[in-house]
Design a protein around this ligand. Structure first.
Ligand SMILES: [Cu+2]
Length: 144
């Protein structure tokens, strides 16, 4: 059985990513994801994502609705999993081998990301967020 003291510690750590989200938003906004031209000629946005005990970076991942996006997710320290249940994504991330995950961006919203491969003590708290911004919001923001 878990002692109450350890349990309290775990609870505190579980809240830590939520507290740090505000800071992550600024960081994610500053790092512009690179544009890549696919061999077919269609441009899509490639977003590099890393997974390590016990978080995903960037967090949140922000994309625009309707934009073709390819996530390239790399586990740095251990095998992890990358799952977005609501979008039917669940991919195993082998250690240090980038995995390409095409991202459906047709439905705007905030989606929960979680690690789907047990990776250690805080595995169940290894979570992230994907934010798909509505296309209308982009149109509004680009107007003078
Ligand atoms: Cu993990």
């Amino acid at each position: 059985m878990m002692s109450p003291r350890i349990f309290a510690g775990l609870l505190l750590l579980a809240w830590f990513p939520i507290i740090s989200v505000r800071q992550a938003v600024t960081t994610a906004g500053a790092a512009k994801p690179g544009k890549l031209a696919a061999s077919a000629g269609a441009a899509y946005e490639e977003i590099q994502v890393t997974a390590r005990k016990y978080h995903f970076t960037p967090d949140p991942i922000r994309v625009q609705q309707g934009e073709p996006v390819l996530l390239v997710v790399t586990a740095l320290d251990h095998e992890h999993g990358f799952a977005i249940k609501a979008l039917g994504i669940n991919v195993l991330l082998p250690k240090r081998r980038p995995v390409q995950i095409p991202l459906p961006t047709n439905r705007p919203g905030v989606y929960a990301i979680h690690c789907s491969h047990f990776c250690g003590l805080f595995h169940f708290w290894m979570k992230g967020k994907l934010i798909i911004t509505p296309a209308t919001q982009r149109a509004a923001s680009t107007q003078p």
